[in-house]
Design a protein around this ligand. Structure first.
Ligand code: NDP
Ligand code: 8X3
Length: 249
């Protein structure tokens, strides 16, 4: 069995690669940071008896995506599961104060990047007459919160694409699922606040957030249901979080 995970250099994607490897999957790990990919590749190869392929590319660049997916060698091409995880939030501002570069980065990564990868990989799944796409959305794709405008819009788009892909790929026997987490402590907030570690730390202050492993286990659980079962959509939150903005501290 083979899984391809986008954004495996950190957080949820990295934990997901480890979780699938633990369960005997060969893993294709992707991201922009080559040294992180190499570190993870070495670790997985040492700890688990599986094969690892690293593909370094930026999901925002369709040409890079096409080249990387086409470069996958024969036996790794039998992809069973695609986890569309690469994504980010950039900034947290009212609409009138938003920075265009933040908006473009989020739209290009969370929506267009996910589309590019899905287009190229779904052709392989169709050819194989087998497959499962698991899209990582967010509670921000189910609700909207103050100053979250564009990030929430991109995750609402992921929610719509998840439903659309399920319809389009139905007659090819390909399952499509999504996992929508609440607060998970990863590099997410450090990225959102452009390296401001102090501000990022405050997001998880006095709470027990989800760990990336919690989400990874849920992703693996979805992929490991019997072939006739599709888990359409999961929302997973830390126990202290009721919705986007109601958090018990
Ligand atoms: P991290 O910042 O820890 O990981 C993000 C991953 O995405 C990294 O591996 C990064 O790799 C990759 N990535 C970002 N941009 C690109 C790009 N242009 N091309 C290729 N890879 C890219 O955050 P999380 O693990 O938390 O985030 C994973 C997903 O989970 C995202 O889609 C996020 O929106 C979603 N999510 C996160 C939540 C949270 O609270 N943490 C809650 C709900 C959803 P690299 O930089 O090496 O390219
Ligand atoms: C990440 C969760 O609430 O910061 O998608 O938007 S939130």
């Amino acid at each position: 069995m083979v899984v391809l995970i986008t954004g495996a250099t950190s957080g949820i994607g990295r934990s997901t690669a480890i979780e699938f490897a633990k369960n005997g999957y060969d893993v294709i790990i992707t991201g922009r940071r080559q040294e992180r990919l190499m570190e993870l590749k070495d670790m997985i190869a040492k700890e688990y008896q599986v094969r690892v392929l690293d593909l370094c590319f930026d999901v925002r660049d369709e040409k890079q995506v096409e080249k990387a997916i086409h470069s996958i060698p024969g036996d790794f091409k039998r992809i069973d599961v695609l986890v569309n995880n690469a994504g980010l939030a950039a900034g947290l501002s009212a609409i009138q104060d938003g920075q265009l570069n933040h908006w473009e980065q989020m739209i290009d990564t969370n929506v267009k990047g996910l589309l590019y990868v899905s287009k190229h990989v779904s052709k392989i799944l169709i050819e194989n007459k087998n497959g499962h796409i698991i899209n990582i959305g967010s509670i921000a794709g189910k609700e909207v919160y103050a100053n979250g405008n564009v990030y929430c819009a991109t995750k609402h788009a992921v929610d719509a694409l998840n439903k659309g892909m399920r319809i389009d790929l139905l007659h090819h026997g390909i399952r499509v699922s999504s996992v929508n987490p609440g607060m998970v402590e990863t590099e997410f907030s450090v990225v959102r606040f452009e390296g401001d570690e102090e501000r990022a730390k405050k997001v998880y202050d006095r709470i027990v957030p989800l760990k990336p492993e919690d989400v990874a286990e849920t992703i693996y659980w979805i992929a490991s249901r019997p072939a006739h079962v599709n888990i359409n959509d999961v929302i997973i939150m830390p126990t202290v979080q009721a919705n986007s903005t109601t958090v018990l501290r």
